[in-house]
Design a protein around this ligand. Sequence first.
Ligand code: SF4
Ligand code: SF4
Ligand code: FES
Length: 738
Amino acid sequence: MAILYIDNKPYEVKPGKNLLEICLTLGLDLSYFCWHPSLGSVGACRQCAIKVFKDEDDKKGRLIMSCMEPVADKQRISIADPDAQEFREHVIGWLMTNHPHDCAVCDEGGSCHLQDMTVMTGHAYRKFNYKKRTYRNQYLGPFINHEMNRCIQCYRCVRFYKDYAGGKDLDAFASRNQVYFGRHEEGVLESEFSGNLAEVCPTGVFTDKTLKQHYTRKWDLTTAPSICQHCSLGCNIIAGERYGSIRQVTSRYNGEVNGYFICDRGRFGYEFVNAPDRILKPYLNKTLVDKQKVLSEINKSLKSAKVIGIGSPRASLQSNFALKALVGEENFYHGVSENEHNLAELVIKILREGPARTPSMKEVESADAVFVLGEDLTNTAPMLALAVRQSVRQQPMKDVALRHIPAWHDAAAREFIQDRNGPLFIASVNATKLDDIATQTVRAAPEEIARLGFAVAHLLDQTIPAVENLSPKDQALSEQIAKALLEAHRPVIISGASCAAGYVMKAAANVAWALHKKNNSTGIVLTLPECNSLGLAMMGGQRLQSAFNAVLNNHADTAIIMENDLYRHGKTSVVDAFLKKCKQVIVLDHLNHATAQKANFLIPAGTFAESDGTLVNNEGRAQRFFQVYESTEVIQESWRWLLNIGVSAGNTRMSQWQNFSDITMAISKEETLLKGVDQVTPPPSFRVVGQRVPREPHRYSGRTSMRANLYHGRLPRIAALFHDTILLGARMEFRSVD
Ligand code: SF4
Ligand code: SF4
Ligand code: FES
């Protein structure tokens, strides 16, 4: 640890960071624009000026940009120095000369970094009385709005879009005093991470167009910490509601999962909650009924029925478990296809029995060699693709460190690295958007991809059988891959379910396990199709085909189908025959689909926004999502409906459960692989700084600029940080479970 004196007060700080980051970490206020914790420093905005002093006797000091200077032991700096303060005020004055001051009509107004910094630095009144520079805005597609006049030239947007996320269609175009950030011509932004522009831009140039369509000031949103439902990675999000509709989704910081960003699917894919074809009321044989009626009719129909329950990989652990408890373990079926069931079981087997652990996305970012088998990550797990994009910098960054350039010094590091990339090998069926940074790519059928994997595994461990009839080209490639993996310190092998072929995952596991014998830092990441695929697989239950057989062979006559369109998982003819044979079909879901159309009882289940629940992501991390708002309709969580049905049917086990927490504890007690799930996710008593999880930002928060000049953002950010930093879950330890 180093001792740093800030305005003559000593602080014990970690060496290796820049002074701005240290000051912000200590909770001290220092204005900044271009620095970003994930993007590092480039010294573009000149806003973070402080004074640094040679020693105790130095009273004059010199102005420096705090984001560009590493912390040193016994260093003396001042934030409060009048010269530094004046410098910061002038800089923001210059930056504001061309800013339109249109906060009253700006979507960012009230949650704007520029507003905060402007008020905080004391530049509260406009002094520039001349004509302002203006630009033409561009149409950038359905997600991002462009308002270039508000730009303060911090360069964060292009640094994120181009440098960090590998986008090719957004840039800075400059001529004299005109710097334009946009596309070379109007058009839809191509990057699947474009939505992050609305968060990294410190002002209102890039804003969320979907919010604009049903705009509300951000302090008027009711929000909750939640988990993205759109792939198996479980990125952390904040969902915001007003007047019964979801208006916005933003990223929520989780250093081990998604960091500061999310993909566009996660950010903009929320409109299904507001969709006009939501199931809003219960129906009995397509006739609208009230809650009591539907429950009493279900109760009657279940009395003499032989009931089965079909669960879902997109429903929470609690909902699946409640269904299982209602129908009994022997009558509970995983509602996924035969192959998907096999693949999910294989993932559990590989993660439980194999020696190689599954790294978090943060760890994938720091992998120094990656081998992808059979996955187009940008489509199946977008944020993992973004993590892989960071990983190829790891090897060149070793040279950067040798030159004593700090890793956070982004401009210098990128200048030094240029286009060099570390080892990344991609064997996939189609071209992928990571191909531009790959060392080698192979386009092949799943069988060929698996053969390549087994060939690499054999080279790493001779006890694994050799692959016969390998072409000289593939032999050379497998040797190149094996060599790169052996030379790496933190190699990661990535595969998953998208080839729908277990042998591809087995090949990946063989590579990881063979490599693990030589390097126990080897990691294996396996992706799955849905947000709770792994959670469902970790829960006991039978195959979907057996559910069909049970009804078709007269062992059952009534099916409760929860949050699942069976036509997506089974053959149309089989599902048709199954539904036709059922005496009663009870469907709980939020959107109308082909299965829902055939329900006798249709129950309106809550989406993630109206529900509490737990999901398990692809690495085995159980994470809670909180209800954003209570629906005004009869909508409630599937597990709550099932509890209502169970209790009125006299199910003694379910009668003991009063609430969410009771179900979670029962899961932990009864499901072997989910033991401890109640411990790794927040209990009802969970408090942050003595408060319940807040549903709206504090009135004087870092998300509003009110009183930023008085509190300097310090008090409020606590409230804002509640959301940004709450960890709603942790990894389940597969191998410590019997
Ligand atoms: S558009 Fe936003 S992020 Fe980009 S340079 Fe301008 S102010 Fe910075
Ligand atoms: S990567 Fe997956 S979990 Fe993360 S935001 Fe995108 S769709 Fe959601
Ligand atoms: S934050 Fe330091 S120069 Fe921009």
